[in-house]
Each structure stands twice: as structure tokens, then as C-alpha cells.
Write a protein that binds this ligand. Structure first.
Ligand code: GDP
Ligand code: IMO
Ligand code: MG
Length: 444
């Protein structure tokens, strides 16, 4: 067993990010997929970048679930995902180039919405319209595609792979979008005929993969399959519970699972929340424990904190317990996975934010507004100043690292199931039994 079975006889697990994305979900899903029959992505789109390192080979998945490397695992892209066919086919080709002929293992929901070139063009136009309103999106057309879904003018996979319906819908929608692009944003219109020609070829390739994945998941559940759900982004980018408006356009937490698959979240036995041992964020928006100084720079360097999708430098900061507790609470997290512990190996002092002063009032709650002034209060820990990269058990970790992990469990009020000490698949410490929170609640 990769992780302890102590909750109950588990069948289905869900992996979600607890911060602002890039927590190392890809690596953990890859590791856990050893015990899964099916891996399911349920939201987000090609804005995600999930890295899996196997030996000296690095894979970055944007739409394909991170379980794809395991021979025979069925990988499902659920209805809650917005699919850019061009990006997906690039990923298929990338797999083939690496000798992985796993395309036939992929199933795509017939209800998933399709990202088309006008979504990317609108994303870019909106982002460049005003510096003030800039979200710092990945420019992958995510917001505009989910907007169409909510406005009930989106195009779904089932229509996309039907040439007549695709042509008819595309012509009608492109007309509307071109009016928006030209008159509102002064951009070039999209030529529907050119898009149709290019995207028809993608539709031909994807058609055999498109089906009713909800029915399949229910069938497989009845037959006793192990299902692993993979969240993209992180809890604080959740459209409802995150740092709105500096969020993405989907429910990135466990909250998105049911709606994004048609499979009841009540059937999921175990939610694993992934957090780095520190914090990062890419794009605009509040980040109370951000380190704007050289310490932030040194973490960025040590953790190679550059976006897996856009290559942008990630903003770096200390672990934020206030934000973490919130994410664990609304995400119904059973246990945490703490990644990138090794990135702190060189630091003689490590900090974590344990409370805030928000507009002059001390609190341990995460505020709703992004306009308030937040001063974090830190607790400081001595660094362990030795390498953790070769540790494979809790006992092998330096004592000060174990104390820091115990603090995280205590302060977050949530056990730790796994610790990751390097990017490679095998650099993992499984805690069996889980490291439970102690009695000293706030970690004091
Ligand atoms: P995801 O979006 O949550 O899957 O995370 P990303 O792949 O965008 O970013 C995580 C980065 O950290 C990737 O480059 C991983 O290879 C790397 N990584 C994951 N776990 C660890 C770890 O424990 N230590 C180190 N040093 N790197 C890690
Ligand atoms: P993974 O799955 C980190 C951020 C963008 C931006 C905001 C909105 O790799 O953790 P969008 O393009 O979604 O409209 O951008 O969300 N963002 C991510 N940040 N990791 C991600 O995915 C992200 N996906 C979106 O930087 O701030
Ligand atoms: Mg990422």
C-alpha cells in the first residue's frame, strides 16, 4: 500500500491542491496511480501543468490525467474539464514521441466543453484591456470558455465530433464572438471556415475517445474498480471559495468533483490535499505570506519555481496556515501531502504564517475581500540544514524537519500521509500510520 488504509477500506481517492496551484499534484497522482484502475480529471483545462519526473525524463500534462504513464490505466477527462482539442492532440503526440502508445486508454466526456480559438483571443484581449483588471491568466481561453458554458452558448464534445452540428454551431457562435472581438476589443475576427478545417481534423482523431464517461464510472464502481480523481489548480483559485476575482473559472477543490464527473463525491473515500512546505502563486492576487525579497528569490531558485504551462516565475512565500486551514475545511480533506520539503534544506530559518491582522483586527480566519490590508504573523523554526532528498522514511528525516511537519499537522488540524523530498517519482516518504495532529492545537 502506498498510503495507510486507516480511514476505511478505501476504493476511491481524490487529490487536490490546497494552495494556489503547482503543489506537486502531478507527481502525487502518478505515484498513487500505481494502485488505481482509473484516473479522472474533473475541472480546469490546459491552464494546468502537471509535472511527472521519471528518472531523467520529465513529462508535463495539461489535459491528460497524470496517471497516463502507468500501463493499462484508464484516463478520463470529465465533463467539468474545458478541452482545447489542439492542446490535447499535442499531448497525445508528445506521449507517442516518448514511446507511450496510451491514446486508446483515454476517454473523454461527451459533455465536456470545447475551447476554440476565439476563447484564447478573448482571454488575451480582456487581459490586455486594463492593467487594473488583469488577473494574470494563462491565456488558455479558460475564463471565456466557462463563461460560454454558464451563458449556455458553449459547444460540447458531442457536438464537436459531429461534423454537421460542429459546422452549424461554429458558424453561428463565431459570428457573435467576432462582433465582441472586433467592436469591443478592436481585434481581428476569427475565420470560422479556417477554424472548421483545422479543428475537423482534431475532431476526427478525438471521436473514438468521446463517450458517456459518467455511465462508465458508475459501471466500474459497481465492478470494484479503484478510481483516483485529480483536481487541477488549487483551493485558493476556486471560483467560489478562492481569492476572488483572482481565481480560475472552475471549482478547483473537492467541491468540483461531483459536478465535473456526474459521480457522487459521497462515494469518494479519501481526499488528499497537497501543499508545498512553503507557498507559491503565479499571476496576480493576494498572497499574504509572500516574500518579496531575496529570500523569495532564493526559494524560487531552490524550488525551480517557474510555471509548467507558461514558464512565468512563480511568486514565493512562507507556508500560510490560515489559508491552509480554510482550504482543508471547505475541501473536506482527510490528510495532507507535504511536497518540496527538500527545497527548505538550505535555510537556517523557516517561517509559517499562523494568524493575520486584517484591517487592524487580529484573526485566524481567511478574509473574503481582496481589498483589505493583511499583515501575517509568523512563527519561526530552526532549519535542519541537511539534505532530505535521500530520506525514505519519517525516521530518516532530520529531527527539525520532523518537528516542522508535526507543527504543520498540529496547526492545520489535519494528518500528513505523504512527504515528498524531490521531484523524482521515488523521492517519497510514506507515513504509515499517518502523522496525526497532536494536542497542541495551534502548534504553539
Ligand atoms: P502541479 O501543477 O501541482 O502538478 O505541480 P507542477 O508540476 O506545476 O509544479 C511542481 C514542480 O515541483 C514540478 O517541477 C515538479 O517536478 C516539482 N516537484 C514536485 N514534488 C517535488 C518535491 O518534493 N521536491 C522538489 N524539489 N520538486 C518537486
Ligand atoms: P496547476 O493545475 C497555478 C492561475 C493563473 C491565474 C489564474 C487564472 O498546474 O496547479 P486562468 O488561465 O485559469 O484563467 O488563470 O489562475 N492558474 C494557475 N496557477 N497552477 C495552475 O494549474 C493554474 N491554472 C491557473 O496563473 O492567476
Ligand atoms: Mg502546475
Amino acid at each position: 500500500m502506498i498510503i495507510s488504509n486507516q480511514v476505511k477500506s478505501t476504493q476511491h481517492s481524490c487529490v487536490v491542491g490546497l494552495q494556489w496551484g503547482d503543489e506537486g499534484k502531478g507527481k502525487i497522482v502518478d505515484v498513487l496511480s500505481a494502485e488505481a484502475d482509473i484516473v479522472v480529471r474533473y475541472q480546469g483545462g490546459a491552464n494546468a501543468g502537471h509535472t511527472v519526473q521519471v528518472g531523467d525524463r520529465e513529462y508535463i500534462f495539461h489535459l491528460v490525467p497524470s496517471g497516463i504513464l502507468k500501463e493499462g490505466t484508464v484516463c478520463i477527462i470529465g465533463n467539468g474539464v474545458v478541452i482545447d482539442p489542439r492542446a490535447l492532440i499535442e499531448e497525445f503526440d508528445g506521449l507517442l514521441e516518448n514511446g507511450l502508445d496510451h491514446e486508446a486508454n483515454i476517454m473523454i466526456s461527451d459533455r465536456a466543453h470545447v475551447v476554440l480559438p476565439y476563447h484564447g483571443a478573448l482571454d488575451e484581449a480582456k487581459e490586455s484591456a486594463s492593467e487594473d483588471g488583469k488577473i494574470g491568466t494563462t491565456l488558455r481561453g479558460i475564463g471565456p470558455c466557462y463563461t460560454d458554458k454558464a451563458s449556455r452558448v458553449g459547444l460540447r464534445m458531442s457536438e464537436f465530433v459531429d461534423p454537421d452540428r460542429f459546422k452549424e454551431r461554429l458558424t453561428r457562435i463565431a459570428d457573435l464572438k467576432n462582433r465582441e472581438l472586433e467592436s469591443l476589443h478592436g481585434r481581428e475576427p476569427i475565420d470560422a471556415a479556417t477554424v472548421f478545417e483545422e479543428y475537423s481534423a482534431y475532431a476526427d482523431r478525438l471521436r473514438p475517445r468521446v463517450c458517456d464517461v459518467t455511465a462508465y464510472l458508475h459501471e466500474q464502481d459497481s465492478s470494484g474498480a479503484n478510481i483516483l480523481f485529480e483536481g487541477a489548480q488549487g483551493a485558493l483559485l476556486d471560483i467560489d471559495m478562492g481569492t476572488y476575482p483572482y481565481v480560475t473559472s472552475s471549482n478547483t477543490s473537492f467541491l468540483g468533483l461531483g459536478a465535473g464527473t456526474g459521480f457522487s463525491a459521497r462515494k469518494v473515500d479519501r481526499v488528499l490535499g497537497i501543499t508545498k512546505a512553503y507557498a507559491t502563486r503565479v499571476g496576480e492576487g493576494p498572497f499574504p505570506s509572500e516574500m518579496a525579497d531575496e529570500a523569495g528569490e532564493s526559494l524560487r531558485e531552490a524550488g525551480a519555481e517557474f510555471g509548467a504551462t507558461t514558464g512565468r516565475p512563480r511568486r514565493c512565500g512562507w507556508l500560510d496556515i490560515v489559508a491552509l486551514r480554510r482550504a482543508i475545511q471547505f475541501g473536506d480533506v482527510d490528510a495532507m501531502v507535504v511536497t518540496k520539503l527538500d527545497v527548505l534544506d538550505h535555510l537556517d530559518e523557516i517561517k509559517a504564517a499562523v494568524s493575520y491582522t486584517v484591517d487592524g483586527v487580529e484573526t485566524d480566519q481567511f478574509p473574503a475581500s481582496v481589498d483589505c490590508e493583511i499583515t501575517p504573523h509568523y512563527r519561526s523554526f530552526p532549519g535542519w540544514l541537511e539534505s532530505t532528498a535521500e530520506c525514505r522514511s519519517f525516521e530518516q528525516l532530520p529531527e527539525k524537519a520532523r518537528q516542522y511537519l508535526q507543527f504543520i499537522a498540529d496547526a492545520a488540524g489535519c494528518p500528513i500521509a505523504i512527504v515528498s523530498v524531490g521531484k523524482e517519482r521515488t523521492q517519497i516518504v510514506t507515513l504509515d500510520p499517518w502523522l496525526e495532529p497532536g494536542t497542541n492545537g495551534e502548534g504553539d
